[in-house]
Design a protein around this ligand. Sequence first.
Ligand code: HEC
Ligand code: HEC
Ligand code: HEC
Ligand code: HEC
Length: 369
Amino acid sequence: MRTVLGIIAGVAALLLTVAQFGTAGWTKPPILANQHGFRGTGMDQVKTKAEAAAIRDANVAPAPAEKVEPGTDKAGTTYENVQVLKDISTEEFNRLMVSITEWVSPQQGCTYCHNTENMADDSLYQKKVARRMLQMVQHINADWKEKHVGEAGVTCYTCHRGNPVPAQVWFDAPSPTRGFIARNNGQNMATPSTGLASLPYTYLEDYLAKPDPDQSAIRVNATTALPEGKGKPIQQAERTFALMIHMSESLGVNCTYCHNTRAVAEWSQSTPQRTLAWHGIRMVRDLNGAYITPLTATFPPNRLGPKGDAPKINCATCHNGQNKPLGGAHVIEAYPELARNTAAASAPQEKPAPAPTPAPTPAPAPAPQ
Ligand code: HEC
Ligand code: HEC
Ligand code: HEC
Ligand code: HEC
C-alpha cells in the first residue's frame, strides 16, 4: 500500500512540476542574450526567442506606395488651399494623400480629414491637426536627423500605425481627489508607465512636456565625494528612476543598454545609445512644446485629458517597445517631401530687400588694463 501511495505521490509531484513550467508565466528557454557593452561588464540584453519574434512581428513598416512620375504642375497651383506641401508636384501630393490615409485613417478614409464636398475646406479639426503634423514630421526628419532619427526617419505611421489616435499617448495626471490626502506629492498611485511601482507619476509632465526645464533636473548623482551643500531630495531620484523605467520599457531594453551600472552617471562609461537618448529627451520636449500643446484649442474636448491638456508624445509613441522604431526601417527614403521643411522653402521668393547700409562699427572698447 505504501509503495503504491508513494508512486502516486511521485507521479503527482512530477505532473505538477511539469504543469508549473507551462502555467507560471516563467521565462522559458531558448534565451537570446546579446552582449551590448564592453566585454566582461555584464551589459547584456536578455530576451526569449519568442518575445523577440513577437516584438519584431508587431513592428513592421508598411510597404511604401508606388513611385509616381512627377509632372510639372505644383500642388500649390493645382489646388486651392495647400499651405505646407505647395512646392511638390500634384502627382506626388496625391500619392502622399493616399499614404497618409493608409497610415492614419485606413478605416475612415479621406473623409476623416476632408469634407468631400470641398476638399479645400478646413472645417474639420482633423485636417487642421494633420497640417501641423505634416510640419512636425518634416521638422523631425530635417532638424532632428543628425541628433536622433538618422537615416531611418519617421512617417505618420511611426506613431499612428493605422489609428487616428496613436496607441501610446499620455496626459497630465489628474490631481488627487480632495479629502483625506489632498496632496499626495504625485505619489502612491500604481501607474503602468512607472512599472506599477508607486513612484512619482507626474514625471512625464516634469521632464517631457515643456520645451526647456532645468537641464540638470534629471541628474541626481552626487558629483563630489562629500556633500557640498544641500543635495537633491529623494523624490527627485524617484522621479529620475520613473523616467528611466519609462525609457527602458519604451525601448524594450534594460538599464545596461545605456548605463554601465557600476557608475550610472558616468558618461565615459555609458554606451553611445545614452547620448542618443539624451537628445531624444530634448526632441520629445520640443515636439510637445512646439507642436502638440499649441494644438490644445484645436482638439475637441473629448480628445483632451482630465486636466484639459492635449494628448502628448513620449518615447513609446515612436519606439513602441523596440530600440529602433519599426525595426530600424528607413521609412523616410520613399517620401523625400516629408524629409525637408517645405513650407519654409516655398515661402514667396521675393527679391531680397537691399541690405541696409551697415552701421559704422563702434570702435572696440579698450581692454581693461
Ligand atoms: C489625415 C488627414 C488627411 C487624410 C486622411 C487625407 N487628407 Fe487630403 N489633405 C490633408 C491636409 C492637411 C491637406 C492640406 C495640405 C497642406 O496644406 O499642405 C490636404 C489637402 C488635400 C487636397 C487639396 C485640396 C485643396 O484644394 O486645397 C486634396 C485634393 C486632397 N487633400 C485629397 C485627399 C484624398 C483624395 C484623400 C484620400 C485618399 C485625402 N486627401 C486624405 C489631410 C488629409
Ligand atoms: C511623433 C508622433 C506622431 C507623428 C509622427 C504623427 N503624429 Fe499625428 N498625432 C500624434 C499625437 C500624439 C496626436 C494626438 C492624439 C489625439 O488626437 O488624441 C496626433 C493626432 C493626429 C490627428 C488627430 C486625430 C484625432 O482624431 O484626434 C491627425 C489627423 C493626425 N495626427 C495626423 C497625422 C499625420 C497626417 C501625420 C504624418 C504627416 C502624423 N499625424 C504624424 C502623434 C504623431
Ligand atoms: C535609452 C537609454 C537609457 C536607459 C535604457 C536608461 N537610462 Fe538612465 N539615463 C539616460 C540618460 C540620457 C540620462 C541623462 C539624462 C539627462 O541628463 O537629461 C540618464 C540618467 C540617469 C540617472 C541620473 C544620473 C546622474 O547624472 O545623476 C540615473 C540614476 C539613471 N539614469 C538610472 C537608470 C536606471 C536605473 C535605468 C533602468 C531602469 C536607466 N537609467 C535606463 C539614458 C538611459
Ligand atoms: C519621433 C519618433 C521618436 C521619438 C518620440 C523617440 N525616438 Fe528614439 N529613435 C527614433 C528613430 C527613428 C530611431 C532610429 C535611428 C536610426 O536608426 O539611426 C531612434 C533611435 C533611438 C535610440 C538608438 C537605438 C539603437 O539601438 O541604436 C535610442 C537610445 C533612442 N532612440 C532613445 C529614445 C528615447 C529615450 C526617447 C524618449 C525620450 C526617444 N528615443 C523618442 C525615433 C524616435
